[in-house]
Write a protein that binds this ligand. Sequence first.
Ligand SMILES: Nc1nc2c(c(=O)[nH]1)N[C@H]1C(S)=C(S)[C@@H](COP(=O)(O)O)O[C@H]1N2
Ligand SMILES: [Mo]
Length: 419
Amino acid sequence: MQDSKPGEDYVAGNGLLDRRLFLRAGVGASAGLLCAHAVGQEREPWTRHPGAPMADSGAPAKHTAHIKRLGISSQAGTTGTGVSRTPLEHLDGIITPSRLHFERHHSGIPDIDPARHRLYITGLVKRPLSFSLESLLRYPAVSRIQFLECSGNSGGMLAPEPRDASCGELHGLVSASEWGGVPLSVLLEEAGVSKNASWVVADGADAAMMSRSVPLRKIMDDAIVALYQNGEPLRPGNGYPMRLFLPGWEGNMCVKWLRNVQVTAAPAMTKDETSRYSDLADNGRATLFSYPMGVKSLITSPSPGLAMGPAGIYQVKGLAWSGSGRIRRVEVSADGGKSWADAALDDSVLPMNLTRFRSAWHWNGEPAVILSRATDEHGEVQPTREQVLAGRASNSFYHYNGIQAWAIDRQGWVRNVYA
Ligand SMILES: Nc1nc2c(c(=O)[nH]1)N[C@H]1C(S)=C(S)[C@@H](COP(=O)(O)O)O[C@H]1N2
Ligand SMILES: [Mo]
């Protein structure tokens, strides 16, 4: 790319550059990307004395203390009945550090004694069984990196006027972890599932005793009783000592503090599946169960709260995911959706996981609207906000996966807009 100017690499309107731009050697010098300064000669004070001792647990750098869960809110009169969100705009890669995984509790975090906790398998089985944590640790296990998304994530995008909020505040009810544990099929096979069984009802050991019905097909396909998250035992807020994990399916079915799996012939219509999570249509009908989360993407940077610097070359990066499989493609637009260019996907494109995408953009310092649009391996394309809202009842709330637009003004401030 000797001597070439950014203009020669434009692949879509308003300065979008070839996605491979950042991968080429010498891009810094040739594309005017240099932000580095000349090498200093002075020896810094922290190089003059021995550093701090070891610690028995790691902690983030004190200078990154602003990177914390966002928008923590609890129902009036409670402290643990609500949500905390992942600060998506401050993270890179595809794994959410466990300390920043979003939380959604219907009645706080139970203080479970792992020695007393049991997982029961009951109902339409030949041998009802119970498992301690210790016994589960002896079963064959698997681990996979997969996302978890609350079906209420991005519900704020239904507001008639665009909310003035950050990427994490709007969309931070999604996180991804390496989940490790025992396939539930292994435990059910040991219990011996009866022929007339086709559902299970899973419930948790919290005060809400959250319970959901899950089709047996999904359970036998890829459900796990998760014991590990990012290599360590689950954190209490995410289900310690064990939770149900259903890859790609709405978060509320991934019952935390899993206590009972009752095998049944039909869904139980529990309070947690009749009072919530149905999708209401404007013709008065409802889709009772929507399980896999839709194909979705977001630009995490630039995004509100991360002000731009001077005009020049920027990395546009974000996340894309689909509850039905792998992400095949992510396109980015810098002209409000008039033209699009393919983003580069990081190496790890895993089924039912967050995929990191990146693009290069030459911002000319003028107002711009940037968007991303994902397509999954089945050809499902992320809908626009308008398409998501079409046919929905005005009080319908769950499963929002519309295209997100961020507007950038001349000062470099970024805000949420409806494009
Ligand atoms: N027992 C129990 N399981 C639960 C919940 C709960 O309140 N109690 N919340 C559900 C909801 S609505 C979501 S979105 C996910 C959130 O999981 P996390 O807190 O680990 O992010 O857990 C689900 N499992
Ligand atoms: Mo949820």
